[in-house]
Design a protein around this ligand. Structure first.
Ligand code: SAM
Ligand code: SF4
Length: 475
């Protein structure tokens, strides 16, 4: 594996650090959140304008209870207005936990002697993928520690193995990656395996804190990580996912920095990141970190709402780190993707879920232990359309969130029908009887709603074909 941190971090203008803490704190310390200004900013976002750093600071500085409720309401309206009721489902699949870094918050850190170090063999990876396909999954994110063994070639090979697995009527149609940063040639090798999104979280955008919590290994280099997704873009990976690990530093600073990161992508590549993640630190084996910046539940709801309003055309991911009640509540404020039936244990999907998590084999504690089928039931019951759609990626329609947001009728023409088709597939192949009944009722209702605005003959025809056994139909 080749790493050239120094070379890429300095030479190219696009690769230079673009986060300026003084600028961020300048806004947060200076900007006032009076009533009329807060309402103006919410309105601007509802008019589909991406918010500036100054406007984001207005929302973050709001402490008045009534105005906070208006911000949450704004996020909810924006989600309903733009994205409708679709929620995309995926599952994480841990491929290996070898790691040369020493990130204080992570169970896999190199100094954690209690962790069992494992890397799935090809056969084990096939078994895990099969178990996930049998749950009904179509989209996975493969996760790796940072280690010379997990080279670009190794990662590309694991992606090919996963795509190669077929079981019953199922297969994985989109593989995303969460792994260490690579150089441009490395990212190219991984891209060529046909990945969807490459996710890298900056963890904290506050450099002194970053240095404090990353005590060993290549991840210590803040700039190498900050510029990683620029290299991914240079290598042709258009869909990138950014994120911050909330709880390391002031949450308002991290939200501002995430928005700044989005602006950077828009300015340089003309397209924002595909997704934003906002994990909160969870317990892990022998975790010992400062509790000073842990984010409380009410702050978490605020940060998700502000992010939704600030970057209205970026997908937002909420994982099973959060308990079911929080996930169900926060879905309304703009989340577009969640994981389901999550099991972080290496080899855990094929082994079956244990009563209690074994943290010596897992990166951190999760708090939503529902199966995919329970989550499907809950989503259907509340009127969301669970979606396994991968059409845009398969048709080379990158920047799909941007299109959903800005192309009139895009969601009605493509996203909603495709969500319904993948839901029908799920119901036919994996749905319990009661799920099937409720699911088809929901499909009928949604088709009726769509028929008020457009012709639905083709959609009905395709739904009929799914019932007769055809698979992988989309618009
Ligand atoms: N090793 C790669 C890296 O560090 O980029 C892959 C990422 S790691 C397996 C996935 C993400 O989990 C990290 O980027 C971090 O944000 C998050 N994470 C690590 N420890 C965590 C914890 N204790 N609670 C919640 N999330 C955690
Ligand atoms: Fe390794 Fe990633 Fe965990 Fe850091 S967060 S110790 S790099 S697996």
């Amino acid at each position: 594996m080749i790493y050239y941190p120094e070379k890429y971090a300095i030479e190219d203008k696009r690769m230079q650090a673009f986060i300026d803490p003084d600028e961020i704190w300048g806004y947060l310390n200076r900007v006032k959140a009076d009533k009329s200004r807060v309402r103006e900013v919410i309105k601007s976002s509802l008019d589909k304008k991406r918010l500036s750093l100054e406007e984001t600071a207005v929302l973050l500085n709001t402490t008045d209870h009534e105005l906070i409720e208006e911000i949450k309401e704004g996020a909810r309206t924006l989600k309903e207005k733009v994205y409708g009721e679709r929620i995309v489902l995926f599952a994480p699949l841990y491929v290996g936990d070898l790691c040369t870094n020493n990130c204080q918050y992570c169970g896999f850190r190199s100094t954690n002697k209690g962790i069992q170090r494992l890397t799935l063999s090809s056969n084990e990876l096939i078994e895990e993928t099969t178990a996930l396909i049998d749950q009904g999954h179509k989209r996975l994110i493969l996760v790796y520690g940072e280690h010379p063994k997990y080279s670009a070639e190794f990662i590309a090979e694991t992606v090919r193995v996963v795509y190669g697995v077929k079981h019953g009527n199922g297969e994985i149609r989109r593989v995303n990656i969460n792994a260490a940063p690579f150089d441009i040639p490395g990212f190219r090798i991984i891209k060529d395996a046909g990945i969807g999104t490459f996710q890298i979280f900056q963890e904290t955008y506050h450099e002194p804190t970053y240095k404090k919590v990353h005590l060993g290994g290549l991840k210590r280099n803040y700039d190498w990580r900050l510029t990683a997704l620029d290299r991914a873009q240079e290598a042709g990976i258009d869909d990138v996912g950014i994120g911050a690990l909330f709880g390391l530093y002031d949450w308002r600073f991290e939200v501002m920095a995430l928005v700044r990161h989005v602006n950077h992508f828009e300015a340089v590549y003309n397209v924002g990141p595909h997704t934003i993640s906002f994990p909160r630190i969870q317990n892990a084996l022998s975790l010992d970190i400062s509790k000073e910046h842990l984010v409380k539940d009410d702050e978490f709801v605020r940060l998700v709402s502000v992010l939704r309003l600030a970057v209205p055309y970026t997908g937002m991911i909420l994982t099973a780190r959060e308990p079911a009640e929080i996930r169900d509540q926060i879905l309304r404020f703009g989340v577009s993707q969640i994981d389901g039936g999550t099991n972080l244990e290496l080899g855990g999907y094929s082994k079956g879920k244990q009563e209690v998590q074994d943290l010596s084999r897992e990166q951190f504690q999760i708090n939503d232990n529902r199966s995919l089928s329970d989550i499907m039931d809950e989503l259907i019951k509340t009127g969301y359309i669970p979606s396994f759609c991968t059409a845009c990626y398969r048709l080379g329609r990158t920047g799909e969130h941007f299109m959903e947001f800005s192309v009139p009728g895009f969601i009605k023409r493509y996203c909603s029908p495709n969500a319904l088709l993948t839901l029908a597939e799920y119901l036919e192949d994996y749905g319990r009887d009661d799920t099937k009944e409720a699911g088809y009722k929901l499909i009928d209702e949604k088709v009726k709603e769509l028929s008020k605005h457009q012709k639905v003959d083709k959609l009905k025809e395709k739904l009929g074909e799914v019932k007769q056994g055809k698979r992988d139909l989309y618009f």
